[in-house]
Design a protein around this ligand. Structure first.
Ligand code: ADP
Length: 372
């Protein structure tokens, strides 16, 4: 490999040397010819013929030599300055490139925290800044991936440990093999199954590979179905569930996925609202940003969410109440799935919540749903 420094320096040097050589040669030639013409002494003979001879004396010869020498020195000076300038120009490109190259190697080795420092204010600096942004994004992704793996392992471990411990107890005869114990094991296995299904859906949605089976749907019917699914849970907690369903146009959606969205929001509303509270589900057409949206909101009179937790509730396994164990809580990815599924439908989820006053989650779907 021939370094760019040598190539740029060599080519520039060649171009400068050729130009200087030509200029000096031409200037010398012109100088000599014109000066010689200037020194010609013309004499007109009696027959009218004009002749001339050059009056080139020692002084004139010295003058010419001195001009020749000066031109040669100036030529050499330009060539040397040109060489130095070409080298400096080439280095100003190759030094940051080498730094970037070293940065790429560090990223290759997995050192995503590496940054490239370039002290210039040009395209190379812009490239270095873009590189640093990419490295920072990779670093964040890597950290999130590691965290997610650790969280998944932790979430899977707990139900499995319970199942294993109970089964061991049963084998040793320490734990009774009765209906109650078997039911508890069954519930653990259901939780495990739900967690794995949720994780699969979430990973597919995050990879943009979740295929939606869209069909024209009545959103109100879908919401009513989801309400029916949480009815028993709400009754157990003596919660009042109210529906306020407006007139909606038919929408092209994946009915099962959207029902899952409403179900997850409703389960949370029921879960985080104390006995005797109220959950309201409402649908309406809203106009926002010069577009029509179908809004499905789930409001509860529950414990609410602290402002410092709000930005994170859609993250995987984020639980505002750290002391809440997963038995009383859900899988910890319910809202992450809601967000992804709604986004896959071209919509968004808004949340408004105050501690002690309750929460309101609003799903906005474009009234003219984009084709999948
Ligand atoms: P989880 O399975 O823990 O409910 P989610 O992803 O569904 O996981 O919710 C994340 C967190 O957001 C919950 O742990 C809870 O702290 C908070 N949260 C979600 N919905 C509500 C709600 N309606 N009221 C209060 N807090 C809520």
């Amino acid at each position: 490999m021939i370094s760019i420094t040598y190539r740029i320096t060599g080519l520039m040097f060649l171009a400068i040397t050729l130009t200087v050589f030509l200029l000096v040669f031409l200037a010398n030639h012109q100088m000599t010819t014109l000066f010689a013409n200037y020194l010609v002494d013309l004499y007109q003979h009696s027959d009218g013929l004009v002749t001339g001879h050059t009056m080139m004396g020692l002084q004139e010869q010295e003058f010419l030599n001195s001009v020749h020498n000066s031109l040669i020195w100036v030529g050499w000076a330009i060539v040397l300055v040109g060489l130095a300038a070409s080298y400096a120009l080439a280095r100003s490109i190759t030094v940051p490139l080498r730094k970037l190259n070293a940065g790429v190697r560090e990223i290759e080795r997995g050192n995503f925290a590496h940054t490239v420092e370039v002290d210039s204010n040009d395209e190379v600096q812009q490239l270095a800044a873009a590189f640093n942004r990419m490295a920072a994004a990779l670093e964040t992704n890597n950290r999130l991936r590691r965290q997610l793996l650790a969280d998944i392992a932790h979430e899977l471990k707990t139900p499995l440990s319970v199942i294993q411990g109970n089964l061991e107890g049963m084998i040793d005869g320490v734990v009774a093999t009765d209906r109650e114990q078997l039911l508890s094991l069954f519930e653990e296995s259901i939780h495990l199954n739900r967690l794995i299904n949720d994780l699969r859906d979430l990973s597919l949605a995050e990879a943009g590979q979740l295929s939606l089976e869209k069909a024209p749907a009545d959103i109100n019917q879908l919401v009513a179905h989801a309400v029916g699914m949480v009815k028993r849970l709400a009754e157990e907690k003596k919660l009042q569930v109210e529906c306020d369903l407006g007139r909606l146009p038919t929408l092209e959606v994946d009915v099962n996925r959207l029902r899952q969205v409403v179900f997850n929001l409703l389960t949370n509303a029921v879960r985080y609202t104390n006995e005797g509270g109220k959950v309201t589900v409402a649908t309406a057409v809203e106009r926002r940003e010069e577009q029509e949206w179908i809004a499905v909101s789930v409001r509860d009179s529950g414990q609410g969410i602290a402002p410092e937790d709000l930005p994170y509730i859609f993250d995987h396994f984020y639980r505002a109440d750290k002391s809440r164990n997963r038995r009383s809580g859900g899988t910890g990815i319910g809202l992450a799935i809601v967000k992804r599924l709604v986004e896959t439908h071209g919509g968004s989820v808004l949340v408004d919540s105050r501690p002690g006053e309750g929460s309101c989650f609003k799903v906005l779907l474009p009234a003219a749903a984009p084709k999948a």
